[in-house]
Design a protein around this ligand. Structure first.
Ligand SMILES: C[S@@+](CC[C@H](N)C(=O)[O-])C[C@H]1O[C@@H](n2cnc3c(N)ncnc32)[C@H](O)[C@@H]1O
Length: 222
């Protein structure tokens, strides 16, 4: 863990510190991922660990999406997400601050969670809660950093595009800290699929093709 990185009482990295640089930097691999994930969404969508709302512009392009609810622990991430949402008034959005394990929500047909899973202290309980919050036949798209990720290589790839961006050094440092953090739970595709199946999900599609093989993405049905 980097000396300047603080950890919350839940053992989770301080997402408030990361919010501004996270929102400001969008490497091509993240664009590709968000585009692909948004295309799979429909109806009323709940985003578990929505961060700064990077998915919102892509969801706005998908006419099948009726509304978006973002849940996140971090006040600073949510403030940035609300700002992004203001620019996409065609999409009904709301934001809830809290732990994904505790926030009560109305069941929907669609759930998404990208790169939040790896920091959950009780991943199985969260996935069970997501399952309970879905209507029968509802869809979850979940993605998280893989054990095969080469974070330094991904950062080196993106660096020439963002060297002039004042937030690049922070973005780089936070990503290195995440990957080196002892509480970060990197996952394998089969492990994520097994966890989802053990809760009752049926796997529709699973791939580790994003982030140059460094991200596990699974689409599953209740
Ligand atoms: C790397 S960001 C990803 C944000 C967004 N999903 C994306 O892909 O752009 C991870 C987010 O998960 C949130 N998070 C982590 N654990 C959480 C929990 N238990 N409850 C709510 N939010 C959580 C953090 O606050 C952070 O904003």
């Amino acid at each position: 863990m980097g000396a300047s990185m603080s950890v919350s009482q839940d053992g989770i990295i301080s997402w408030n510190d990361y919010a501004k640089s996270f929102q400001s930097i969008m490497p091509p691999v993240m664009i590709e991922l968000n585009e692909a994930v948004a295309k799979k969404m429909f109806g009323h969508v709940i985003d578990y660990g929505c961060g700064s709302g990077k998915l919102i512009p892509y969801l706005n392009d998908n006419a099948a999406v009726k509304s978006y609810t973002g849940i996140d622990l971090s006040e600073d991430m949510l403030a940035l997400a609300s700002k992004i949402a203001e620019g996409f008034s065609g999409l009904t959005t709301r934001f809830i601050r809290g732990n994904v394990l505790q926030v009560p929500v109305t069941p929907t047909d669609c759930a998404v969670s990208i790169n939040s899973f790896y920091s959950w202290s009780q991943p199985k309980q969260v996935v069970r809660k997501i399952f309970e919050n879905l209507n029968d036949g509802g869809v979850l798209v979940i993605g998280s950093l893989s054990k095969s990720i080469n974070m330094r290589e991904l950062l080196n790839d993106a660096e020439p595009l963002f060297l002039q961006n004042e937030y690049w050094p922070d973005f780089r440092r936070h990503n290195i800290n995440i990957i080196d953090h002892p509480n970060t739970k990197l996952v394998e595709l089969s492990e994520l699929c097994d966890l989802l199946t053990s809760i009752g999900f049926k796997i529709s599609h699973a791939t580790d093709s994003f982030y140059r093989g460094g991200l596990c993405l699974v689409e599953a049905k209740k």
